[in-house]
Design a protein around this ligand. Structure first.
Ligand code: GLN
Ligand code: ZN
Length: 754
């Protein structure tokens, strides 16, 4: 059984590419030195893959910033505002990736979007009516040749024509279909070049095929490939899909003159059924994604063997591989020096997935695979009882009834009680939670962690920061205050560290975008709260002021979405466990005199399934109740806020209202307040703070500007439901711009009241 991967992380096991790129951006090293680091990473990865025995090794999965941006450059889809700067090729590329501000001009970066249902972000190619789509770049060929001269004939990976055209943004009157001929021509030439270079296979990544497809989408896809494939020039073509199943286009895909089809049997919930029902073409290779490319757990060989044996009934040649590119997992367990062995043995990062694939391939080749020592030890590993399992947690979950997910009395009644209790002015002003985090704050936190600062000294320091923050907010005249979140490095990590059941890694970095990486914690066992996590800080902050002090928590869905989840229990089960832990904190805050509690769900929308038909069943039907479980136990006069970092929830607006929070703050300032019409049209019940200015920029918004934003909001939102706040936390901002911005905000609200 042959083995294949779809792509490998390129950031480097110790984030070498990140650090080199950032040095290059600061002009501390030159392009040659950056390129040297890049080549070292590629060579290192190539050798790893070769030595692991992997049969299909990808190339061109390397990128200085993002693969789709590379494809835009490859296809000449680069807006003139970048090419006309007169920069080097590399700097033109980085200008499109990050924006450019210097002696040659001032341009913003291309837009960035989330890559399907992952935490990775891609740069959105921009196409206008004058874009001349054609094969313009050489990177895939150069990298193929580089690997070839190192003795490896790789399978070059390029974003497929359909996915590229679907993800691009069209600035003019033309649409994707208008560029189909040009794109097909470019991809045909690409195949010809690879044929000349001696490539055996080329991989076209088409993850857009797992999304809902209209008849026009299917037509576009089929017509593109019917134009490209006659020009294969002897190269074998693999159409690789991932992140789901291709239920809308399976038969069309199977009928194409491709040589391989890559399907995802991990996330593609109907993939197996599609093959079973429709069969698989005998003349094609089935690249079966059976090893999860998005999570860090060891593969379950028994499950994989079952899938493969099912597939064998239909497909004549099967290659096993990862479900998606390994870009979404960290590089290697080798650098995890602190994880205990009995934890580590459950994990497989990218490097370990290579050996896992090799082992699996060999095991599955054996007719009596169940008797192999590898299979047996894998079965034993998965049968082990997790050290973190808790009978107590399970029992608590089992006892929950529908009532636990419903807050009483209902919204309107609570709203009245709360208005009487708080007597806030119209358009109450508040912030989202964090205040500017200086280098000093970070240094103190890190000194405390390392044991260089005593707990007493650290607490005194944080209390001092809180006191300053409260005083500042009173001076500015905000109505509902926050403690500032100085004790938190990250809104998920902080809670993960306080909760039982979480595990933290040292070096499990995953690329989020460009040079930015995240290190998600791992849900290891059953989650519970050992002791209060935030109460002492909130209580202290409240003791300093007569105004309401918001308690600040992160919600269960966000905590889970930004972690590596368990695979031995469902996401829903983990979400309920986390919700119960946060619920305990909510009730403790309330018992300690905190009257307003904000539960952030910054990442709620992130894991919304790619297909609309799966939204409720697979996600919202447990995510929204999990949030409700967090706050259903509070008294009517306790006000529950939530916050989201975006306003793209028009299509799930009812579900957002169903979270049954009393107030929601979100980001509407950057998206032209369009969401407000949707709120109005849907009779949105929850009070709203749509965010009157953009905190992602250091600009100080003027009082007039904020007043204008408030006026627009008053047009569409009942005046007694409108809150005035920035659109996100202030921790990445400096005090320099924050203080005047908040003063302007408060004054604008006062003018609106008048
Ligand atoms: N309360 C958090 C903060 O203010 C929210 C952060 C976020 O929305 N990402 O920083
Ligand atoms: Zn936010």
């Amino acid at each position: 059984m042959k083995t294949s991967i779809i792509g490998y992380p390129r950031i480097g096991a110790l984030r070498e590419l990140k650090f080199a790129s950032e040095k290059y951006f600061r002009s501390e090293i030159d392009a040659a030195e950056l390129e040297k680091t890049a080549k070292e990473i590629r060579t290192y990865n190539l050798n790893l893959q070769k030595e692991s025995g992997l049969d299909f090794i990808p190339s061109n999965d390397f990128s200085y910033y993002d693969g789709l941006l590379d494809t835009a450059f490859l296809l000449n889809a680069v807006p003139e505002r970048y090419t006309s700067l007169g920069l080097s090729a590399l700097d033109t590329y980085f200008a499109a990736a990050r924006g450019y501000q210097g002696e040659k001009g001032d341009v913003k970066a291309l837009a960035m979007k989330k890559w399907y249902n992952t935490n990775y972000h891609y740069m959105v190619p921009e196409i206008d009516d004058s874009t001349d789509l054609k094969l313009a770049g050489t990177k895939p060929f150069d990298l193929f040749s580089e690997a070839l001269s190192a003795g490896v004939k790789t399978r070059p990976v390029v974003a497929g024509a359909y996915t590229f055209l679907k993800l691009a943004k069209y600035k003019g009157t033309k649409t994707a279909a208008d560029f189909a001929d040009a794109a097909a021509q470019a991809y045909s030439e690409l195949l010809k070049k690879f044929a000349d270079l001696g490539a055996e296979w080329v991989q076209f990544d088409e993850p857009s095929l797992v999304k809902d497809m209209t008849a026009d989408d299917i037509k576009l896809f089929v017509s593109l490939y019917n134009k490209i494939l006659p020009n294969k020039a002897g190269v074998k073509v693999l159409v690789q899909t991932y992140f789901g199943d291709v239920r809308d286009v399976y038969n069309e895909l199977a009928a194409l003159d491709v040589d391989g089809i890559g399907l995802d049997f991990v996330e593609g919930k109907r993939s197996l059924e599609l093959v079973r029902k429709n069969g698989f073409p005998k003349d094609k290779v089935l690249f079966a994604g059976v090893v999860n490319g998005k999570n860090i757990w060891r593969n379950n060989y028994a499950k994989t063997a079952d899938i493969v044996s099912e597939l064998k009934k239909s497909a004549s040649e099967i290659v096993i591989g990862t479900s998606c590119s390994l870009l979404h997992v960290p590089c290697t367990l080798k650098n995890e020096t602190k994880l205990p062995e009995d934890v580590k043995k459950h994990f497989a990062y990218a490097e370990e997935k290579l050996s896992e694939l090799a082992e699996l391939g060999a095991v599955l080749d054996n007719a009596a695979y169940k008797d192999t020592p590898e299979f047996k030890s894998n079965a034993a590993l998965h049968a082990e009882k997790r050290s973190g399992d808790s009978e107590e947690v399970r029992a608590r979950v089992a006892k929950l009834t529908d009532k636990d997910f419903v807050r009483l009395p209902e919204f309107a009644e609570r709203e009245k009680i709360q208005h009487e209790r708080f007597k806030l002015p119209k358009f109450p002003t508040t912030t989202i939670g964090s205040f500017p985090q200086t280098a000093e704050v970070r240094a103190k936190r890190s000194a405390f962690r390392k044991g260089e600062l005593s707990e007493a000294d650290y607490n005194a320091y944080i209390e001092g920061k809180i006191a300053d923050c409260v005083k500042l907010q009173e001076e500015i005249g905000l109505d509902v205050l926050v403690h500032g979140e100085f004790e938190r490095n990250d809104m998920v990590e902080y809670f993960g560290e306080c909760l039982d059941g979480y595990i933290f890694t040292e070096k499990a970095w995953v690329q989020s975008y460009g040079t930015r990486c995240v290190k998600p914690p791992v849900v290891w066992g059953d989650i519970s709260r050992a002791k209060p996590m935030t109460v002492k800080w909130s209580k202290y902050a409240q003791s300093l002021t007569q105004k309401p002090m918001k308690g600040m928590l992160t919600g269960p869905v966000t905590i889970l979405n930004w972690s590596f989840p368990r695979e031995d229990i469902t996401l829903k089960e983990s979400a309920v466990q986390i919700a119960l832990a946060i619920r305990d904190e909510v009730l403790d805050l309330e018992a300690n005199g905190i009257s307003i509690i904000q539960v952030d769900e910054a990442a709620l929308r992130e894991k919304l399934p790619l297909r609309r038909s799966d939204w409720h069943e697979d996600y919202l039907d447990w995510a929204i109740p999990a949030f409700r479980l967090v706050h259903s136990g509070v008294r009517p006069e306790t006000q529950i806020h939530t916050h989201m970092c975006y306003s793209e929830f028009a299509d799930i607006i009812k579900d957002i209202d169903d979270m049954d929070a009393d107030v929601i703050t979100f980001e509407a300032s950057r998206s032209d307040l369009t969401i407000l019409d949707v709120l109005k049209a849907n009779n949105f019940r929850t009070e709203v703070g749509p965010g009157v200015y953009d905190i992602h920029s250091p600009r100080v918004p003027s009082e007039d500007e904020i007043k204008t934003a408030i006026d627009k909001m008053i047009d569409r939102i009942p005046a007694d439901k409108l809150w005035v706040n920035p659109d996100c936390g202030l921790k990445t901002r400096g005090e320099k711009e924050t203080i005047p911005s908040l003063k302007n905000l408060v004054n604008a609200a006062k003018r609106a009241r008048a």
